[in-house]
Design a protein around this ligand. Structure first.
Ligand SMILES: Cc1cc2nc3c(=O)[nH]c(=O)nc-3n(C[C@H](O)[C@H](O)[C@H](O)COP(=O)(O)O)c2cc1C
Length: 311
């Protein structure tokens, strides 16, 4: 799908830019077409409230500035991502100007999805920006929420944060499908996450989380008994890739090895662990208890340290 990102940070190598780059990288790796507009480097004035766009020239703004570059892209886009540093508990002024100018087309023709990316000095300072996002974009424009991603203080630019953004971008579903969240697998101190796919089995598992399962390493997988849920037999695949996570027929399994010899098995894959996460699974002891939980697109990370900027 076509994704437009409006980046409202004036710092080309800042925290918001790093989040945008990671999200973009993930989305492009999944085949999406991403256009980023750095609105702070564009000439975009605030809305004049002249109502020309509604009364005389429908969908067209009288102001001839760089917003004229954004309008056609927005009309073609399936998804809009707003990215901003938190300024005085809200979006940056430059981004707000661009948002207000969406008043002209009012309803971009194809838009169905949205996401919000926020960077701040302190934790839990997002209510103002989230209010705008939820009410004006999810509520007013009826867009589907594909996640709110925040980073405060020392979280900014951390490899974990950027990997999370990359994964969220890569997990974006087709325009007609619903996006699903990350499966978090924890075994003691080890925690890995992988985006759940859109199979019936994954959707069913999502509704049953959190769960605790216990399993033993067979040499190729951790196989854990799990009360039967629902899945579509037709969505099973022949063989697996190392790192696939499967759920069906009363089992939860982390298929960490054995890809080459897996073709004779039919498996119901619900998620895939990247190479590093899979290595961490392989290194676990023979008998393990896994805590499975869901990571919804998240709003605030209470564990991150604060830089103390206007909290
Ligand atoms: C004008 C201004 C206002 C700010 N207001 C807040 C704020 O209200 N709360 C906060 O936690 N951080 C605030 N900050 C800090 C930025 O949100 C934070 O440094 C952010 O990571 C910057 O992102 P960037 O690197 O993309 O520019 C403010 C910074 C500036 C310049």
């Amino acid at each position: 799908m076509k994704i437009v990102i409006l980046n409202g940070s004036p710092r080309p190598h800042g925290n918001t830019a790093a989040m945008v780059a990671a999200y973009r990288e993930g989305a492009e790796s999944a085949g999406h077409d991403v256009t980023v507009f750095d609105v702070c480097r564009m000439r975009i004035a605030g809305c004049l409230a002249c109502e020309h766009c509604h009364a005389k020239t429908p969908r067209s703004c009288v102001q001839r500035d760089d917003m004229q570059r954004i309008y056609p892209a927005l009309d073609e886009a399936d998804m809009l991502v707003l990215a901003s540093p938190v300024y005085y508990h809200g979006l940056s002024g430059q981004l707000k100007c661009a948002i207000d100018r969406i008043y002209a087309p009012s309803y971009p023709r194809r838009l169905t999805k949205a996401a919000l990316i926020l960077s701040s000095g302190s934790d839990c300072v997002y209510d103002g920006a989230i209010y705008t996002y939820r009410h004006s974009f999810l509520g007013w424009l009826h867009l589907e929420d594909m996640g709110i991603f925040t980073a405060a203080g020392t979280d900014n630019k951390s490899p974990q944060l950027l990997e999370r953004l990359r994964m969220a971008g890569a997990a974006l579903a087709d325009p007609n499908e619903r996006n699903v969240a990350n499966l978090v697998i924890r075994a003691g101190e080890v925690e890995v996450r992988a985006p759940l796919n859109n199979t019936q089995a994954a959707r069913d598992l999502k509704n049953r989380l959190p769960l605790t399962v216990t399993g033993t390493d067979s040499g190729i997988d951790y196989c854990c008994e799990l009360k039967e849920g629902t899945f579509d037999e037709k969505e099973k695949q022949q063989g697996w890739s190392d790192g696939d996570v499967s759920v069906a027929d009363g089992w939860f399994a982390i298929l960490h090895s054995g890809q080459a010899e897996s073709q004779r098995h039919r498996v119901m894959v619900v998620a895939h662990l990247n190479k590093e996460s899979n290595e961490r699974m392989r290194a676990l002891p023979k008998n393990v208890t896994f805590e499975l939980s869901l990571e919804e697109p998240y709003v605030c990370n209470p564990t991150s340290k604060s830089e103390g900027v206007q909290s």
